[in-house]
Design a protein around this ligand. Structure first.
Ligand SMILES: Cc1cc2nc3c(=O)[nH]c(=O)nc-3n(C[C@H](O)[C@H](O)[C@H](O)COP(=O)(O)OP(=O)(O)OC[C@H]3O[C@@H](n4cnc5c(N)ncnc54)[C@H](O)[C@@H]3O)c2cc1C
Length: 393
């Protein structure tokens, strides 16, 4: 019997299902709204390949001496794209988009998270043209399904194409475990990850918002910057000109996420974060910019970039003409970005929350669990709105 079943630390990376020679492992969404491997035991020959590539069961299956595991970054930067339209489509400083364009210009392939057509879920996809790259831009706050994508990555690597694979630390770790060897033509880019919220919760929320608005979503942006990067908001455009917008401090889905109620169990003890995923580059929000590098701050988004390998360093150098950047001390950077160094703390009501999610409507769920924003947050928001109205911001 495979040890995969019921594995609490499973991240749903899909290395096991991608490896199975019998193709008898499917990634299925559980009741909480997270993907887990399910084995068809009538086909399973117990060859053990799935356990061998599972990053949780096998530890690091690649040579740790050969990579960056557990090491501190080689360099740490605050960086932003010179082109404001690049930053507009991205969550922080737009560094991901510049890296993606770099690989696309060399006729390469970029893999990352994109919404499904109906915006009810997120999947990893492959793109090969600059026209498609917008699909991958921006943070989508739910677990992305990687089922089947690792095979496509290997196919491109084996034919010698340049490949950029981006995702959460556990997805990078899963890909590397699946590949079982280093490739010179692979650049891996992880995001600093707070944790991934439930897809089912997102679907429940969309249904709740749709009830009042009719029509289907035509665009979703979790990190709309109309009130600035720091006061980002969730914007959903429904057909028929109807738009939902709320800043993250007033949006219930975002609050459940930031209160650590709606995350996958493995996110509360993220082994990929603790041990290092082996990614060449790490991208996050440089939340400490105003204190650490005020000259970079214009409230339109600045990325925090960890350069973890020689390959990452080369890629970062290759986009230098398109960015403004300044070095940052690692300790200072992570002091302002807690998710960079450690897992978030599990909310004490997390399990009760998920039990209620199955029974309650979204509004009842939010009424029961969403903590009201603090007075300080409301005053900050009010101030931003007033300054904007007066044209001072
Ligand atoms: C679930 C989640 C939690 C995050 N938590 C933090 C945090 O706590 N602190 C912090 O500093 N930064 C966090 N980030 C990262 C941050 O929001 C930016 O994505 C990052 O700074 C890169 O920004 P960018 O402007 O360079 O490019 P962007 O265009 O914003 O980056 C897009 C990249 O994010 C990837 N991506 C988007 N959604 C997903 C997803 N659901 N699963 C896997 N990959 C995805 C895409 O593949 C692409 O590589 C989080 C992102 C996500 C998706």
């Amino acid at each position: 019997m495979s040890r995969l079943a019921g594995l609490e630390q499973c991240t749903g990376c899909s290395a096991c299902s991608s490896t199975c020679p019998k193709e008898c492992i499917s990634m299925i969404m559980n009741r909480e709204g997270f993907y887990y491997p399910v084995i068809d035991h009538s086909q399973c020959t117990e060859c053990g390949m799935c356990e061998k590539v599972c990053p949780v069961l096998s530890g690091d299956p690649m040579d740790p001496a050969d990579h960056t595991k557990k090491a501190f970054p080689i360099e740490v930067w605050g960086a932003k794209a010179l082109d404001d339209t690049v930053r507009e489509s991205c969550s922080s400083g737009g560094i991901f988009l510049l890296l993606a364009n770099l690989v696309l210009r060399s006729d390469g392939y970029v893999f990352g998270a994109a919404y499904a057509e109906d915006f009810r879920s997120v999947n990893h996809v492959m793109i090969h043209s600059a026209e498609e790259v917008q699909k991958l831009c921006g943070s989508k706050y739910m677990q992305s399904n990687t089922a089947g994508i690792f095979q496509a990555v290997r196919e491109k690597l084996d034919t010698g194409d340049q490949v950029l694979f981006s995702g959460t630390p556990c997805q990078i770790e899963g890909l590397r475990a699946y590949l079982q060897r280093e490739y010179d033509n692979l650049l891996t880019v992880e995001i600093i990850c707070h944790g991934v919220p439930s897809v089912t919760l997102w679907q429940k929320y969309l249904d709740f918002l749709k009830e009042k608005r009719e029509g289907t979503p035509v665009r979703v942006n979790f990190r709309d910057k109309c009130h600035g990067w720091k006061m980002y908001g969730l914007k959903i455009e429904f057909g028929g000109q109807k738009v939902y917008y709320r800043t993250h401090i007033r949006d219930s889905f975002m609050q459940l996420f930031l209160q650590n109620l709606s995350l996958r169990p493995s996110c509360y003890r993220c082994l990929a974060k603790e041990n290092g995923s082996g990614a060449d580059l790490t991208l996050g929000d440089f939340w400490g910019v105003r204190r650490i590098r005020p000259a970079l701050n214009d409230d339109r988004g600045v990325s925090l970039v960890f350069v973890n390998s020689a390959r990452g360093s080369k890629a970062f150098r290759d986009i230098q003409s398109k960015i403004i950047c300044a070095p940052v001390a690692y300790e200072k950077a992570v002091a302002w970005n807690l998710a960079a160094g450690k897992s978030v703390r599990e909310a004490s009501l997390r399990n009760a929350f998920f039990a209620d999610m199955e029974k309650l409507s979204f509004s009842a769920l939010a009424g029961k669990y969403v903590e009201r924003a603090s007075l300080k947050d409301y005053v900050r928001l009010l101030l931003i709105l007033l300054l904007r109205k007066a044209g001072l911001r």
